[in-house]
Ligand binder design. Structure first.
Ligand SMILES: NC(=O)c1ccc[n+]([C@@H]2O[C@H](COP(=O)([O-])OP(=O)(O)OC[C@H]3O[C@@H](n4cnc5c(N)ncnc54)[C@H](OP(=O)(O)O)[C@@H]3O)[C@@H](O)[C@H]2O)c1
Length: 260
């Protein structure tokens, strides 16, 4: 906390005009402000593709806060957040733009290096380009500051693409500065999963009765292959997903009660 107030901080949101930013990130920042947890010298840079003025962008953020913030909007906190927010327009796919962005960010805190968080609130196909752009603009280098990368789910489509993405990120950021986010892990039901599994009468009885779906799972799977299902079609993908979910539910049922 001491370092937070000493150093200027900056959150750079790639995808600053998107749904995730409006629905989750801006309300979260506003709520931090309400709780007195927003660092003193803090700037939020929203990077978007569309041409809009600073006032237009702020108007959209205000509407999102009215809709999604758990706290009522007070003029003091809104003024505080408003003074921290900037809007920057660029095409994320244009690598030459990152040097200009780097210069612009440096000008925001001329008094010294600000700790930075780069938040990728964009579709997964942009992840590698943005990280390459951060490298090209020398924005990931420390130079006396901490630079962190936050990446949203989905992290790759499968093991191979996830590993490839991981190695691209690690070429630019050290592991300890990469944060991979999946909101579902923060959901109360997931955090409370042991209680749900072992204290809920319905689930507890199902597990105790030793219900098994193993053979049914295998049959369904082999029937799909026997039909020559095209697994690239969305219908087949949906079927595969349903089977996977059934299998996960089955494994969850079979959990052993943890020792007291
Ligand atoms: N929405 C959620 O609640 C949520 C929850 C969990 C995870 N996620 C994940 O978060 C990521 C973003 O989701 P989203 O729903 O926010 O998507 P979205 O509403 O489609 O927003 C995409 C953002 O990317 C920007 N963008 C796209 N192409 C660009 C380009 N070439 N140059 C500059 N900016 C570009 C868009 O800018 P413009 O608007 O200016 O075009 C927009 O700000 C996805 O990976 C998603 O899976 C979303």
């Amino acid at each position: 906390m001491e370092r937070q107030n000493r150093m200027p901080g900056m959150l750079v949101i790639f995808g600053g005009t998107g749904d995730l930013t409006h629905r989750k990130l801006m309300p979260a920042l506003y709520n931090l402000c309400m709780d007195g947890l927003l660092p003193e010298r803090f700037t939020v840079v929203a990077v978007g593709r569309r041409d809009k003025t600073y006032e237009q962008y702020l108007g959209e953020v205000y509407k999102s806060l009215e809709q999604y913030s758990r706290n009522r909007i007070t003029s003091a906190c809104w003024e505080r957040l408003k003074s921290a927010v900037r809007y920057y327009r660029m095409d994320l796919e244009d690598l030459s733009g990152y040097k200009r962005l780097a210069d612009w960010l440096n000008e925001l805190h001329p008094e010294g290096a600000a700790d930075r968080i780069y938040y990728l609130a964009v579709a997964p196909e942009h992840f590698e380009t943005i990280v390459a752009g951060l490298k090209a603009g020398h924005m990931a280098e420390s130079g006396g500051r901490h630079s962190k990368l936050v990446i949203e789910k989905p992290f790759g489509r499968d093991l191979i693409t996830a590993q490839k993405l991981n190695s691209r990120l690690l070429e630019v950021f050290p592991e300890e500065n990469i944060y991979r986010i999946d909101h579902y892990l923060g959901k109360e039901m997931i955090q409370n999963i042991m209680v749900l599994r072992f204290c809920n009468l319905v689930f507890n009885r199902c597990g105790a009765a030793g219900i098994s779906t193993t053979s049914r799972y295998r049959c369904a799977n082999s029937r799909a292959w026997a039909r020559g299902a095209d697994i690239t079609s969305s219908r087949a993908r949906c079927a595969t997903w349903c089977r996977t979910m059934r299998f996960r539910c089955f494994r969850w049922w079979r959990w052993s009660r943890p020792p007291a």
